[in-house]
Ligand binder design. Structure first.
Ligand code: DX5
Ligand code: ZN
Length: 223
């Protein structure tokens, strides 16, 4: 797989969620990205556990759940039961990151660790062996439709260098402001998972946009 595309449901039409999930099902996008916000860790509240069973039931794609909540350790078992396949917590929101990363894996999910734009990838040095995925926020979390923060590019390069030097194969996922205009630069820096919210769902033809993203993925990796 050249890269993993994870359309973010946050940008979908909430009055027609089923239709938008079907659109992803019918596409070659790989994961469905689900943003859970608590109004504390981020200044917004999205949706929570009551909606997850409906999404799980309808989606044929792995659910890539991004928890933007304080003390995510409280909810690991619940999200496992709700059918999350990848569960990502924020480094800034949890005191005992190592314990929670292992709790996620013990529940059979891939364990992801996210950092905000101001957080250095160097702070992850002692946990890189343990994670399946590192999510670099390329906007301040909480809202879709924001502008990509370009300082993310050197962060991706630095993290990818650490992975290569230490022979680690965790995914590097980029979330926020990802579009067709910057996907190649992001992949070129070393990322392999692209979250795309408004660039997919707010485009005139979401299916065609997904195909364009996937074409960038494969052309990049065949170079
Ligand atoms: C933002 C969320 C993102 C959001 C991305 O806090 O974590 O997943 O859906 O939206 P876009 O792609 O529109 O920036
Ligand atoms: Zn997200």
């Amino acid at each position: 797989m050249a890269c993993i595309l994870a359309p973010s449901l946050l940008a979908a039409d909430f009055l027609h969620l089923g239709d938008d999930i079907d659109l992803i099902n019918q596409s070659d996008a790989h994961w469905l990205h689900i943003d859970i916000m608590d109004g504390l860790f981020v200044p917004n509240i999205s949706f929570g556990q009551t909606l997850l069973p409906f999404i799980r039931e309808r989606s044929e794609k792995p659910l890539d759940v991004h928890l933007m909540i304080e003390e995510p350790s409280r909810y690991i078992s619940q999200f496992a039961e709700l059918g999350a396949n990848v569960l990502t917590i924020h480094y800034e929101a949890e005191r005992h990151v190592h314990r929670v990363i292992h709790a996620i894996k013990e529940k059979g999910m891939k364990a992801g660790l996210a950092i905000n734009p101001h957080t250095s990838v160097d702070l992850l040095d002692d946990i890189l062996e343990d994670v399946d995925l590192v999510l670099l926020m390329s906007v301040n979390p909480g809202f879709g439709g924001q502008k990509f923060i370009y300082q993310t590019i050197p962060k991706i390069r630095k993290l990818k260098t650490k992975a290569i030097e230490r022979n680690l194969s965790f995914h590097i996922e980029i979330d926020g402001g990802v579009g067709l205009h910057n996907a190649e630069a992001i992949l070129d820096a070393g990322a392999d998972v692209l979250v795309a919210g408004s660039s997919v769902f707010s485009s005139d033809d979401p299916k065609a946009t997904i195909e364009k993203f996937l074409a960038i993925c494969s052309s990049f990796h065949s170079q």
